[in-house]
Design a protein around this ligand. Structure first.
Ligand code: X2X
Length: 340
């Protein structure tokens, strides 16, 4: 009897070793966190990732998406921490929300640092980007791929913003990440930091005058023209997304499945980046949707932009050492090289 039992166990063990994609340790279902809803391309990225991973692993990895910050009661700056702790297994997270725990990620929130998508890509796929991802990994989150929220543009219900003085005293909702408070204070506005879930109510009730978010991924899906008549395209901050997985979860997967996760993240991430940028270069066709919604859209000239950039110098002075002098310098070099 004992011999038989040992024989059966040995056979089971051999079977487990022989099938690299199968492990007794896999959870029945993994949790993926997204701050926004399923209608945004950002939410769709989460769902596509889950669907494609399930298909490619023949159902070995089943991921359920939790939209609108459900996993952390809307407190978006906790997302990275919860991913580290394993409360969420996966997340498609904004660098802004993760910057609360990873100060270096404020690099992307340095006002007027990134002039265009080429500059962003040069940093993301260059040395500075590699260093950032390594640091995140050291902090317990594996980065599988990039997505994109996009360049953040400002909308408000009071007046067209063409120069810094137009921001005077406007109550602008921003994410609860300290660099935004500093930036809007430097620009003469009245920053109000709150979670996205609360922000929608604040727009509705008019307790804030304005907000800043990307065109395709937030302004259009959330129809911000319902609350705000004015939009200014100023590209002041870029907001990349990272498809991440907590270290503890990652270690459970076989090498074969890890490779699948990386491949799928790259594929769906690239798809979403394409959607996030659609109609936002050249003729800026995406802005038509805002105008059709009734918004007055202002596109700033390089000269008008310089006036805003001059105002945020104190933000650069304060935040460069926080992010790391070397990292900021490296990013500036990569951006300059991308412009040649
Ligand atoms: O809260 C925001 O503004 C949003 C949805 O863009 C982020 O999560 C960074």
């Amino acid at each position: 009897m004992r011999k038989l039992l040992i024989g059966v166990m040995a056979a089971l063990l051999a079977l487990a070793l022989a099938s690299p994609g199968w492990s007794v340790d896999y959870k029945k279902q993994y949790k993926l966190s997204v701050v926004v809803g399923p209608n945004s391309p950002w939410g769709q990225l989460g769902q596509r990732f889950a669907d494609e991973v399930k298909k490619a692993t023949q159902g070995r990895i089943e991921i359920k998406c939790f939209f609108a910050g459900k996993l952390f009661a809307g407190k978006q700056t906790n997302e990275f921490m919860l991913l580290r702790q394993g409360v969420a297994d996966f997340a498609v997270g904004s660098t802004i929300n993760w910057s609360a725990q990873m100060r270096e990620l404020n690099l992307f929130s340095m006002p007027f640092l990134f002039p265009d998508y080429k500059a962003l890509d040069a940093v993301k796929y260059g040395r500075a980007g590699r260093i950032l991802l390594e640091r995140i990994e050291k902090n317990g989150v594996i980065c599988l791929g990039w997505g994109e929220n996009g360049f953040r543009e400002i909308t408000n219900r009071v007046r067209a913003i063409e120069k810094p003085a137009d921001l005077d005293g406007l109550k602008i909702r921003a994410v609860g990440s300290p660099i935004f408070k500093d930036t809007f204070a430097a620009l003469g506005a009245n920053p109000v930091l709150m979670n996205w879930g609360d922000a929608l109510t604040a727009f509705q009730q008019g307790t804030v005058d304005g907000q800043e978010n990307p065109v395709n991924v937030v302004i259009i899906p959330y129809k911000i023209w319902q609350y705000h008549k004015f939009a200014t395209i100023w590209h002041y901050v870029i907001d990349p997304l990272i498809i991440g997985v907590g270290q503890k979860t990652w270690q459970q997967f076989s090498q074969e499945d890890q490779a699948i996760l990386r491949r799928v993240a790259k594929e769906v991430g690239d798809w979403e980046i394409g959607v996030a940028r659609q109609g936002l270069t050249g003729d800026m066709a995406a802005l038509k949707t805002l105008r059709d919604g009734g918004m007055q859209v202002t596109e700033l000239t390089p000269e008008q932009l310089r006036a805003f950039k001059a105002k945020v110098k104190p933000v650069w002075d304060k935040w460069t050492p926080e992010i790391g002098e070397d990292l900021v310098k490296m990013a500036i070099q990569e951006i300059e090289a991308s412009r040649k």
